[in-house]
Design a protein. Structure first.
Length: 110
């Protein structure tokens, strides 16, 4: 990390991150959004990793298309940015059930 990105007070590194929810965008839009964050001075991209999206049916995981987390993280890396993972189970991103899959609610409360 570049020294100019270190806090002048604490002598510790600091990151400026942008929140980009990969699961809300088409993969073709990711590069544009990440580049804009970088141009705005960000060192990192943060995103929730919503369980609701990746396992909408119990036992069936989806990491394809707009849910291709690996591709999103690799793109951030390619563009020289860190990635800050914000896994659930709860996410506060205006998702139903705070990001908890419907099947789990049915299982627990039916």
């Amino acid at each position: 990390m570049k020294e100019e990105n270190w806090s002048k007070i604490c002598k510790t590194p600091r990151l400026i991150s942008a929140e980009i929810h990969y699961f809300r965008l088409e993969p073709g839009e990711w590069r544009d959004r990440i580049e804009k964050a970088k141009e705005a001075g960000c060192d990192a991209i943060a995103s929730y990793i919503p369980w609701l999206c990746h396992e909408s049916v119990e036992g069936r995981y989806d990491f394809t298309g707009r849910l291709d987390l690996r591709a999103f993280v690799e793109l951030a890396k390619e563009l020289g940015l860190y990635f800050i993972a914000r896994p659930g189970p709860f996410v506060m991103a205006e998702l139903k059930n705070e990001g908890i899959p419907h099947w789990l609610y049915d299982k627990l409360f039916s």
